[in-house]
Design a protein around this ligand. Structure first.
Ligand SMILES: NC(=O)c1ccc[n+]([C@@H]2O[C@H](COP(=O)([O-])OP(=O)(O)OC[C@H]3O[C@@H](n4cnc5c(N)ncnc54)[C@H](O)[C@@H]3O)[C@@H](O)[C@H]2O)c1
Length: 432
C-alpha cells in the first residue's frame, strides 16, 4: 500500500471540479484508492464521496492506494490537485438549459454545478423535463447553452430557433451526435461539444450481458421460474467458448467488447473503416473484410457510429448482410438503431435465421426511450413485434447507464462548458 499526506492548498477547498477530476483519474487505475480526513474516508473513484469530505483549505488528507499501480495512482492524484488551482481567468456564469432531465441526471450534475467563481465550472443549470424538439426549443430563450441527450432533436429548424433564443453552445451529454444538424450549427456559429468517451466498459459489458442473456434465454427462464415452471424447454443455449466473435467498429467500445469476447475463449475478428493495426499486433483480433466477418462470425457485435450517406453505416446490417451470415448467428446492437434495417431483421427472425438477437437500440425507438408508455395504447408496433420473439432481448438505450459513466458524463460536460466560457481549447470534445 502506498500512502501519502496532502494538505489542501486550493483556497476553495476540494470543490466540485477538483473532486470530479480526481474521481475521473481514479477510475483509470486498478488500485483501490481512498482519500481520508480525520473524520471520513471516501473512495477516490466516487465524486460524491469526495465532496462529502468537505475538505476546506488547510485540511490534512491521507491518500492511499493499494494495488498493482499504487505508485502511479498516488502521484496522479497529487498532480490533479496541483493542476486545479484557481488560476484561470474570470468568466461570467454560463446559463445552460438542460433538456430531457431525468432524476438520475441530477445526481451528478446538481452536485458538480453548485460552486461559482474562478476555477469552478461556473454554470447555472435550469432543468427542463421536456425533450428538445421544435415545439420546446423556445424554452432556451435567454440561455447561453443547451444540454441535450441522444433522444433530443436538433435538426436545422431547432438550431434556427435556438439561435433566435441566443444559444451559442450545444452540449451533448453523450458520445453520439447524429441527432444534431452540424451544417446548420456551423452556419449559425454554434459550437457543438460532446463527451467523446466516458465508460466504454459500461457499453461493452451491457452488450455481452444482453447477448449472453438472449443466448441462454435468461429473460424467459426468469419468468418461467417465477411461474413455478422449472422445465428447461425453450432455454437451450450455445457455448461461446471456441466460437468466432465479429466486432464491427473497433474503437473504444469495440475494443472492450473484443477483450470480453477473448475472455470467453472466442476467436475475435474485426472490421472497421479505419483499422487499428495495433490491435492485431497485440493479438486481440484479426481484421477481415466486412463480408468475411459476416460469413464467419457466430456472434456479431456492432460498435460503429451511425453515419448516413455513401461509405456510412446506415443499414450496415440489411437483407444482403443477413443473407451472408451463418444460420443460428447471434447479433447484438448497442450502437445506434439505424445500423440495422429493422424490417429485414424482423423478416429474418421469422425465418429462424438467428439463434439470439440482443438490441439496446433499434430503429423506431425514438418515441419510446426514457419514457413510460405503460398506460398508453400501442403506438409503436416495431417494439411490439420485436419483443414477441422468444430469442430476442430488448433494452431501451441503457448500455451507458452505470454510476461511473454518469459521473464521467457530468464531469466532462461541465468541463466542456467551462472551456467554452473561458475560451480554452476543446480537444476531441468538439464536433465539427
Ligand atoms: N447504447 C448506448 O448507451 C451507447 C453509449 C455510448 C455509445 N454508443 C454508440 O457506440 C458507438 C461507438 O462508440 P465508441 O466510443 O466506441 O466510438 P469510437 O469513435 O471510439 O469508435 C468507432 C469506431 O467506428 C469506426 N468507424 C467510423 N466510421 C465508420 C464507418 N463508416 N464504417 C465502419 N467503421 C467506422 C471508427 O474507425 C472507430 O474505430 C457510438 O458512435 C455510439 O453511437 C451507444
Amino acid at each position: 500500500m502506498k500512502t501519502i499526506e496532502y494538505v489542501v492548498e486550493n483556497p476553495l477547498g476540494i470543490h466540485a471540479r477538483p473532486a470530479a477530476l480526481i474521481a475521473q483519474a481514479c477510475t483509470g487505475f486498478k488500485s483501490e484508492i481512498t482519500i481520508s480526513t480525520d473524520e471520513k474516508t471516501a473512495s477516490g473513484a466516487n465524486v460524491l464521496e469526495i465532496l462529502s469530505l468537505n475538505a476546506a483549505k488547510g485540511t490534512n488528507l491521507t491518500i492511499s492506494a493499494s494495488g498493482v499501480d499504487e505508485e502511479e495512482a498516488v502521484e496522479k492524484i497529487v498532480e490533479v490537485f496541483s493542476a486545479v488551482e484557481p488560476k484561470e481567468k474570470k468568466a461570467d456564469i454560463l446559463k445552460i438549459a438542460f433538456f430531457g432531465t431525468k432524476s438520475y441526471d441530477r445526481i451528478f450534475f446538481s452536485e458538480l454545478s453548485k460552486d461559482h467563481g474562478v476555477g469552478t465550472y461556473n454554470v447555472d443549470l435550469k432543468y427542463f423535463s421536456s425533450r428538445l424538439t421544435e415545439e420546446t426549443a423556445m424554452l432556451a430563450q435567454g440561455f447561453d447553452a443547451v444540454c441535450i441527450f441522444v433522444n433530443d432533436e436538433a435538426p436545422r429548424a431547432v438550431i434556427e430557433k435556438l439561435h433566435e433564443c441566443g444559444v451559442r453552445l450545444i452540449l451533448l451529454r453523450c458520445a453520439g451526435f447524429n441527432n444534431v444538424d452540424l451544417d446548420a450549427a456551423k452556419e449559425y456559429g454554434m459550437t457543438v461539444l460532446r463527451v467523446p468517451a466516458y465508460s466504454p466498459y459500461a457499453v461493452a459489458e451491457h452488450a455481452m450481458t444482453l447477448i449472453t442473456s438472449a443466448n441462454r434465454r435468461i429473460h424467459k427462464a426468469y419468468n418461467k421460474v417465477g411461474n413455478n415452471d422449472f422445465a428447461l424447454n425453450g432455454l437451450l443455449g450455445v457455448d461461446l467458448h471456441n466460437k468466432v466473435a465479429g466486432i464491427m467498429g473497433t474503437g473504444r467500445i469495440g475494443v472492450c467488447m473484443a477483450r470480453i469476447c477473448k475472455g470467453y475463449g472466442m476467436t475475435v475478428l474485426g472490421w472497421d473503416a479505419f483499422p487499428n493495426k495495433k490491435l492485431e499486433e497485440d493479438g486481440l483480433l484479426t481484421y477481415v473484410s466486412k463480408e468475411e466477418l459476416l460469413q464467419r462470425a457466430d456472434l456479431i457485435s456492432l460498435h460503429a457510429p451511425l453515419i448516413m450517406g455513401e461509405g456510412g453505416t446506415y443499414h450496415l446490417i440489411d437483407e444482403n448482410a443477413i443473407s451472408l451470415m451463418k444460420d443460428g448467428v447471434m447479433l447484438v446492437n448497442t450502437s445506434r438503431g439505424g445500423l440495422v434495417d429493422v424490417e429485414a431483421l424482423i423478416a429474418n427472425l421469422k425465418k429462424d435465421k438467428f439463434h439470439a438477437v440482443a438490441l439496446d437500440v433499434y430503429e423506431g425507438e425514438d418515441q419510446n426511450v426514457y419514457t413510460d408508455h405503460s398506460e398508453d395504447m400501442l403506438d409503436n408496433d416495431i417494439t411490439a413485434r420485436l419483443t414477441m420473439f422468444p430469442n430476442l432481448i430488448l433494452t431501451s438505450h441503457q448500455a451507458f447507464f452505470t454510476r461511473e459513466a454518469l459521473q464521467a458524463i457530468a464531469a466532462v460536460t461541465l468541463e466542456n462548458a467551462k472551456n467554452f466560457n473561458e475560451g480554452l481549447p476543446y480537444g476531441p470534445a468538439e464536433v465539427k
